[in-house]
Ligand binder design. Sequence first.
Ligand code: SAM
Length: 268
Amino acid sequence: MTDKVHLGHRARKRFGQNFLNDSNIIDKIVTAIDPKPTDNLVEIGPGLGAITEPVVELSDQLTVVELDRDLAERLIHHPFLGPKLTVHQGDAMKFDFSSLLKGDGKLKIFGNLPYNVSTPLLFHLFEFADQVEHMHFMLQKEVVNRMVAGPGTKAYGRLSVMTQYYCHAIPVIQVPPTCFKPAPKVDSAVVRLIPKDAQQRSAKSTKVLNTVCLEAFNQRRKTLRNSLSNLMTAEQLSDLGIDPSLRAENISLSQFIEIANWIYDNKE
Ligand code: SAM
C-alpha cells in the first residue's frame, strides 16, 4: 500500500483529501465539539469517517456533506454509521445549510476541511452565521493565524476582518502533518468559531464590507487614499475620522464597517 491509500481508499488530491490518522487528535477534536444527543450536528467532508464515528457514538443524528461520490457511497452503506447518518453527496460550497434547521435548535458544524477550498467555503458558511451555534474546523495553521490576526500584523487581511465580523474565532488545537495520511506539507490547527449576535454585526451590507476589504487589501502597501480611490475620496475618509494616509493593515474592524456603511449610504 502506498502512503496515499488509507482504509482501502486512494486519497484524491483534487478533493483536498488528507485523512486524520491520530486517535489522540481525534479525541481532542471531539472533546472540543462536545456533541450532545439532541444536537443538530453537521459535518463537512466526513471522508472515511475519522471524526464521524466518535461523534455518532455520542449523538444519534448527524448530517454529512461529502463531495466525493465514492466516499459518500461508503458512508451510506457503512454497517453501523450508515443508519445514523443523513448523507448529502455534493459541494458544501453550494449547500444550503439553513435547509437542515429543525425547530429552534441551531446547527453545530464541524469538519476537517479540504484546504484547497477552505477560504471560499468559510465565506459561504459565514452566510449562515445566524443559524449556527458554533463551528469547529481543521484548517491550514496559516489560515487560522490569518482568521484571528489583529490590525498591525502581517497576517491581518480580508479573511481576518470578515471572520471577526461574523464570529469570535479561537484557535483550539495545533496539529502536525504526521497526524494525517497522506501527510500535508503544512501545519494544521483547529479553530472554534462562535457566530456573533446579529446586533453585534452592524454592517448595512456585508457585500459592501467585503468589497471594501478586497480593494483595501488588494494592494496592501498602498494608503487608503489610493487603494479606496474608486470608492471614496481622502476628504470623505477624513470626515469619518479615518486618516487616509493609513494602510489597510492599520484599520480596525469597526473602521472597516464605518467605511462600508458610508459607501452603502452614499453610493449604493
Ligand atoms: N474528515 C475526514 C478526516 O478527517 O479524515 C476527511 C478530511 S479531508 C481533509 C477533506 C474531505 O472533504 C474529503 O473527504 C473530501 O472528499 C471532502 N471534500 C472536498 N471538497 C469538498 C466540498 N467542496 N464539499 C464537501 N466535501 C468536500
